[in-house]
Unconditional design. Structure first.
Length: 213
């Protein structure tokens, strides 16, 4: 039985067509990848507080930046005013954690750098599955979702008290009450109490409770 011969002309046409299709696919991949890459929101550190590992991110709100500047001045003083330090940690934590408008997605949990180091992972997971769970991605800056913006945090220091955490206890932990003012009331938490513990030379958030006005 005679073998069918495939003409060189047909083979050439097929190869040319295949190369064109591959070139189109590669071109589309490069185009869309480059387009998205150029439009993604870039967040970087714009300031730090030496010796405390506190950083200021470029997407922080104007209010948060003002508080961070105050904190830097307090901590760079030769004689650190611990009460003022505690007050500012409370305001900064609250101003970052409850301000969702500038967050990239549900995993971009605010205020983590002020949380007690051993609690950070659990705190982040809890926040991502609760308060932050409905935050839509804003990687490309096109989110239309309305999210809370904080304009002010007011504080009232309570008495220092013993606070046990894990196998440790801080005999002089700070209990500080806070109230939040939002740009628009979207029915988010408006008040609460933070417990700050001493961790080496730092004050860190060990507990947060919600209170009703």
């Amino acid at each position: 039985m005679a073998k069918r011969r495939i003409s060189k002309k047909k083979v050439t046409k097929f190869v040319v067509l295949l190369l064109i299709i591959v070139a189109i696919i590669i071109g589309l991949v490069i185009f869309f990848t480059r387009d998205k890459g150029d439009n993604t929101i870039k967040i970087k550190s714009v300031d730090t507080i030496e010796g405390y590992d506190y950083t200021l991110r470029s997407n922080a709100t104007k209010y948060y930046k003002e508080l961070f500047k105050e904190l830097k001045e307090v901590l760079e003083d030769t004689d650190v005013d611990e009460d003022k330090y505690a007050d500012l940690v409370t305001k900064l934590f609250v101003a970052d954690f409850f301000n969702l408008d500038n967050k990239i997605n549900k995993n971009d949990v605010g205020g983590i750098q002020f949380v007690y180091k051993d609690f950070r992972d659990d705190f982040t997971k809890l926040a991502a599955s609760s308060m932050y769970k409905n935050v839509q991605s804003n990687l490309y800056g096109n989110r239309t979702q309305e999210l809370p913006i904080i304009t002010k945090v007011s504080t009232e220091a309570g008495e220092k008290a013993a606070f046990k955490y894990g196998d440790n206890e801080d005999e002089n932990a700070y209990m500080i009450n806070f109230d939040i003012e939002y740009q628009k009331d979207l029915d988010y938490q408006a008040s609460g109490t933070l417990t700050l513990i001493h961790s080496n030379k730092k004050l860190e958030v060990a507990e947060m409770k919600e209170t009703s006005n």
